[in-house]
Design a binder for this molecule. Sequence first.
Ligand code: SF4
Length: 531
Amino acid sequence: MVGRTSFSDWPSRGGAAGNVFPGKRGAAGAGAVSPWARAGRAAAAAGRCGGARGARARPRGAAGRALRPTEVPAPAPLPAWHLFSDPAEVEALRGNLLSWYDRCKRDLPWRALAATEPDADRRGYAVWVSEIMLQQTQVATVIDYYNRWMQKWPTLQALAQASLEEVNELWAGLGYYSRGKRLQEAARKVVSELAGRMPRTAEELQKLLPGVGRYTAGAIASISYGQATGVVDGNVIRVLCRLRCIGADSSSPAVIDRLWDLANVLVDRSRPGDFNQALMELGATVCVPKAPLCGECPVKQHCRARCRVEKELAFASQKLFGKPSPVPDVEDCGVGDCPLCPPATEPWDSSLGVTNFPRKAAKKAPRVMRTATCVLERRGCHGALEYLIVQRPSSGLLAGLWEFPSVPLTQDALHPRGLPAAHLIRLSIPSQVIHIFSHIHQTYVVYSLSLDGDVTVDPALSPSRWVTEDEFHASAVSTAMKKVSGTPGPFLPSLSYLGKTLGIRSTSLGCPSFRTWLLLSSGLSGSSFRC
Ligand code: SF4
């Protein structure tokens, strides 16, 4: 019926790490720098380490007096090694990055709209749509969806009038489907409650628009409205961690907050939108996860990870030629218990070079799920094959999308028990389709069943409809279901056959008889089936 699609529902962004979703912790403008960063900047004058190791032995308050035992000490200043404390360096880094971006940036439709759209609300909307689509999704995949979306709904007002079914249909295949639904809900809110006017600052965007978190708010505000506020996504995390040798767990809230501080310090005040896009572009195309192109990097002279690698290489080469040279400084920042250095248990690994950074806590293993799915086909009144699809519930995974009738399987459900041997031969060799969601490793066990004769589906149950192959592809179906449709399972005995041998009615596809059939075919017991 259709070929398998090659991308998963959860690709990373721009060929590199995708966005992170820092949640609604309060949008930080460029002025919102934490006490850690302020303290670190103040400490910069004190040298590379920002303080002596012994400074922690006697906790002191802000005024320098010794704290009483019951008082909580203020956070120790961050070592300048991990900060951007030198204004001249910050200025140079901004200039180098922006001129590289002007020369090398990719030509992308949302960038063109952001640069040329005179209407501020449409401009904000255009950037917003791109940012939501780009979350967890490759740029190359997004372009076509973005163009079709903007053609169909060029304004917030047009999107507000669309139905959820239309949104799901256009979004089908892009993955993480609640994004489209939330985008439309937020557009309706802007139209009905804000008179169609987009909020103009990161703080307001995050506060007023459902589904807009700290990153998206910063991106819209800086790119569309020129607010000097930083952004932190997966690409920015990688670049900043390498520039400043940050090896602590980059997914921890404490480290993420420090990275927001750095992004807000760095962002260019006159071209904040371009600067933020340049930093992300650098992470997506040069400072990539596995094999960064350091030789071509426009900010390599500011990169402390690269500096360290070069020092080590110089030392190794001196040693090779038998020349005495000082041992390279292998300490990270000189501060014991530094909250941004790699943990003592996982020190710098010379074989990894700059890819020592960033580091993340090990991911939780995805949940393993198995689902029996049946591709039911019949000959339609015009002679074309038609397939039965049913709609999923309006909340939860793949909410509101359409799928072939499916039922979750328990661990041992694929070993039919109690079936006559003749049926086992036909029922026990299904095809399998594996689909990886972000947190679920899903296996669809696919059966096919060709129906002979007229069948009816109980209208009181979940919505269902018969569709041709073309209609199937135009419907709001997930990538996983498209994979299933390209992987027909073994054809099961017809209903009339089952009716004769197992006592199942062949003239009706009412839930009880169909459930009986599927339970028998899968060896399940006690599961409910939604058809
Ligand atoms: Fe990334 Fe290498 Fe550039 Fe450093 S020099 S920012 S590691 S590409």
